[in-house]
Design a protein around this ligand. Structure first.
Ligand SMILES: [Zn+2]
Length: 179
């Protein structure tokens, strides 16, 4: 019933899922930051699932699948923290974008990252928006690369271009400036 609700034309629409899940009376600080209007809904949705520990990494499916290895590096088992903070592939994406955003702090977990963002990127200033959009964009990109590897067999031999991130960020800044 719910899936049908999110896919009126037979195609899943993250915007509808976003509206369904978006906390309407959030008291915690992080939902306000994550569910920010400036962040593209599908990026917010993946970041939110990650923060709630609901992303189905292989360690959560250990009763159903034998191969627990990380689809991006194959070096270790796939867990949420490995994928986003220990994997060589994920770490390289973080390094590129963090450097561009002028973030030098080491990130250890999604919760710690968002907690830091709440302090560091509060407000409606340009840089604060860019940081929020950038972090959500990074998380989504790593999850997307991981899914492409598993479900489509696509291998990213090179890191996603920083240009793609910049393009996305600028596009959303333009949208933000109209809000
Ligand atoms: Zn890995």
């Amino acid at each position: 019933m719910i899936l049908h609700q999110w896919s009126p034309n037979g195609k899943f629409q993250s915007r509808l899922a976003y509206e369904f899940f978006r906390p309407k009376n959030a008291k915690l600080a992080w939902p306000k930051l994550v569910w920010h209007v400036a962040i593209i809904p599908r990026h917010t949705f993946i970041l939110w699932l990650g923060l709630k520990d609901r992303l189905l990494t292989k360690n959560k499916l250990r009763d159903y699948i034998e191969d627990q290895s990380c689809p991006l590096c194959s070096a270790q088992n796939e867990t949420l923290n490995h994928l986003f903070f220990q994997c060589t592939f994920g770490k390289q994406i973080w390094a590129n974008i963090k450097s561009w955003l002028g973030i030098f702090r080491a990130m250890q977990s999604l919760k710690a990252t968002v907690k830091w963002l709440i302090k560091e990127a509060r407000g409606i200033g340009f840089l604060a928006k860019i940081k929020r959009i950038g972090i959500a964009c990074m998380v989504y990109s790593i999850w997307e690369a991981r899914n492409k590897r598993i479900f489509e067999g696509k291998v990213e031999n090179r890191m996603p271009s920083l240009g793609v991130f910049k393009f996305n960020l600028i596009k959303f800044c333009i949208v933000c400036s109209r809000i």
